[in-house]
Design a protein around this ligand. Sequence first.
Ligand SMILES: *Cc1c(COP(=O)(O)O)cnc(C)c1O
Length: 363
Amino acid sequence: MVKFLDLYSQYKTIKPEIDNAINSVISKSAYIGGEYVSKFETEFASYQGVKYCVGVGNGTDALEIAIESLELPAGSEIIVPANSFIASAEAVTRTGHKVVFCDCDPRDYTISIDDLKRNISSNTSAIMAVHLYGHPCDMDALLDIAKRNNLKIIEDCAQAHGAEYKGRLVGGIGDVGAFSFYPGKNLGAFGDGGAITINDNKLALRCRKIANHGRTEKYNHEFEGRNSRLDGLQAAILSVKLKCLDEWTARRIAIAEEYSEKLKDCDDVVLPYQNRDVKHVYHLYVIRALKRDALKKYLEKKDIQIGIHYPIALPKLNAYQYLEQNTTHFFACKNDQYQLSLPMGSHLSGANVAFVSDMICDF
Ligand SMILES: *Cc1c(COP(=O)(O)O)cnc(C)c1O
C-alpha cells in the first residue's frame, strides 16, 4: 500500500521529542496560553521571517481574524481564486465581505493575474492570495495591482510553510499571512491549530485582541472579539516539528523531482509547473490527466492512495450559487475534472515513487 499521507510514520521518527514535549506541558498544566505558546510564536515568526506571529485555533480562524484586523469597508468585495479550499472564501463572507471569484492560472494554478484585473471594481478592498499546493502566487504582480488600486493582500499560506517568492518567505509579503497547522499540512499539529503572521505591530496587536475576546487585560475588554487559541499541547508539538520542517520540505521537493523525471515521457499527463522565481514546497503534487477518474480507479486498484484537490471548483459549490457570478468560462471550473494529487510526504521511499510513476505510465 502506498499511503497518500502517513502521520504515524512521521511521529515514529521523532517520538521521544514529541512525548517529552507533551509530558512537559502536562506537568506544568500549561494548556491555554503560557510559555509553550509564546515560545512557538517566537520561533515561527523567526522561521517565516516576520516580526509577529499570533497563534490561533485553526487556519480558517487565522484567515477570518486576519481579514477582520484590516478593518475593510463593510460589504466590500474580496477577490478569491476559484481553485482553493472553501475556507479561503468562507472567511470573506464570515467577516461581512463579498466573495468575487477569479480564475486560476492554467500553469501553476494560483490566482490568475489577468482575470484578477478584470474583476476589480470600485468596491474591491482586498485580494486573497492562496499559495496553492505550496506554489507561491506571483507576488510582484499582486503587490503592483494592490498598490495601484489601494487593495490589501491576505496571504493564505495554509499549504505553503517555508515557501519562497524571489527569496522572500510567504506570509510576510502581503499585509497579513494566515497559516494552518491542520495535521496533514506541511507543518501539522496533533489537532487543530493556526497562526497569523504580520509585520505591522498595530495589526498584530489587533489580531491578538480579536482572538482573545477583545481584551488587553484579564477582564478589561476594549471590544467584542472571539475565542480562538492555539493551545499549549499543540504549540509544544509544533516547536518540535518546526525543527524538522526544512528536512521534510527538502524530501518533498526531491520526491516531486523524482515524479517529474519519471513521468516526463508519459502521454496524457501534465506535470506541475514551477515558476523559476519560487521555492515550491509541494504540499501537494498535482498532475492533470485526461482520463482522471479511470486513472484514479486504476491506481487505487494497485493499492495507491490518491487525492483530488479539489473535485468541485469553489464557484460551482452549492454554497456559492447565491453569488450568481458567471464563471462557466473559468479554466478552474473545467480543470476540476482533470486534477489528481499523488502521494506526497517523507514517508515515501524511492521505490514507492517509482511504483506510482510506473503505474501511471502503464495506464
Ligand atoms: C487547510 C486550508 C485552510 C484551512 O485551515 P484549517 O486549519 O483546516 O482551518 C485554508 N486554506 C487552505 C488553502 C487550506 O488548504
